[in-house]
Design a protein around this ligand. Structure first.
Ligand SMILES: [Mg+2]
Length: 255
C-alpha cells in the first residue's frame, strides 16, 4: 500500500466517479441507542461542515456516491442536501440506490433468502437481553445488530437459521451485518456504473472495512482509511479523519 501523499494528478486522470463509505470514512464511527419517552432512538455522529463542503466541491469534478450499510432514510438525513445527478446514495451494503428521486433495488432477493433473514431476526430477538447487545438498527432488508463486543450467541443463531450458509454474518467492530452472500457493495457499484455508463477503471473507491472489500476490486484506484482492516492501493491513517484528508488532497490536486 502506498501512502496517500504519493497520489498524483496523473493517477486521478482516468477517474470519473468516487465511491465513499459513510461511517469511518466520511463521518465518525460510533452508534448508540438511547431510550427517549419509552422509545429506543439511535444516536450517531453527523457530517462535519468541512466534509460536507468538501464533498460539495468534489462533485464539480467527479460523480460521487456514498455506499453504506446504513438505511436509505438515515443516508437521506445525513447526506440528503448533497443529492443531485452528480451525487448518489447507496444503502444496506449497496442493495438500494437513490437515483432520480427514487429508491431503486440493485439486487432482488430470493424467497429463500427473505425467509432465512426472517428466521434469523426472530432468533436474534432472544439474544437482545445478553449483556453487551445494544439493539437492532432499523433497516429494510439486511439485519444489523449493534453490540459492544463480539457475541458468540449471534453466530449460533445465524448458523441454526441458515443451514445452507446463504448469509454473511460480518462483525464490523460495532455491529453484526447479516445479509445474503450474493449481495455486496460491488453489486451496487456495478449497477450504478452501468446505468451511468462509467467503467470500473474510471472509479475510485474509499473504504475502511470488510464490507468495502468487494467494491474495491478491479477499480481504477482503491483507498483505505483503516489499513489494519482493509487493504487498498493507497492508505491514509486516522480512520475518522482519513476521508477528510483524502477529499482535501484531491481538491488540492485538482485546483
Ligand atoms: Mg465503514
Amino acid at each position: 500500500m502506498k501512502d496517500l501523499s504519493l497520489l498524483t494528478t496523473a493517477d486521478l486522470l482516468p477517474i470519473k466517479m468516487i465511491f465513499f463509505d459513510a461511517d469511518g470514512v466520511t463521518k465518525r464511527k460510533g452508534t448508540d441507542f438511547e431510550k427517549i419517552e419509552g422509545k429506543w432512538v439511535m444516536k450517531t455522529w453527523g457530517l462535519t461542515e468541512v466534509m460536507k463542503s468538501g464533498l460539495e466541491k468534489l462533485r464539480q469534478y467527479y460523480i460521487v456516491c456514498i455506499t453504506s450499510g446504513r438505511s436509505m432514510s438515515y443516508l437521506l438525513d445525513v447526506y440528503g442536501t448533497l443529492v443531485s445527478n452528480r451525487f448518489y446514495l447507496q444503502s444496506e451494503i449497496g442493495m438500494f440506490c437513490y437515483k432520480d428521486g427514487k429508491n431503486c433495488n440493485t439486487c432482488d432477493l430470493t424467497s429463500e433468502e427473505i425467509s432465512v433473514l426472517g428466521e434469523i431476526k426472530l432468533g436474534l430477538k432472544k439474544v437482545l437481553a445478553i449483556e453487551g447487545v445494544k439493539g437492532f438498527e432499523p433497516k429494510e432488508r439486511i439485519i444489523t445488530l449493534h453490540c459492544r463486543h463480539e457475541i458468540p450467541e449471534v453466530l449460533a443463531v445465524v448458523a441454526e437459521a441458515d443451514p445452507r450458509g446463504l448469509m454473511h454474518c460480518w462483525w464490523n467492530g460495532e455491529a453484526y451485518d447479516i445479509l445474503p452472500k450474493r449481495v455486496d457493495k460491488g453489486v451496487g457499484e456495478k449497477w450504478l456504473c452501468q446505468s451511468l455508463g462509467i467503467k470500473l477503471s474510471e472509479v475510485m473507491v474509499v473504504g475502511n472495512g470488510i464490507n468495502d472489500q468487494e467494491q474495491g476490486q478491479k477499480v481504477g484506484i482503491s483507498v483505505t482509511t483503516d489499513p489494519d482492516h482493509l487493504v487498498a492501493d493507497f492508505e491514509v491513517r486516522g480512520e475518522e479523519r482519513g476521508g477528510d484528508a483524502l477529499v482535501q488532497q484531491i481538491l488540492h490536486l485538482r485546483a
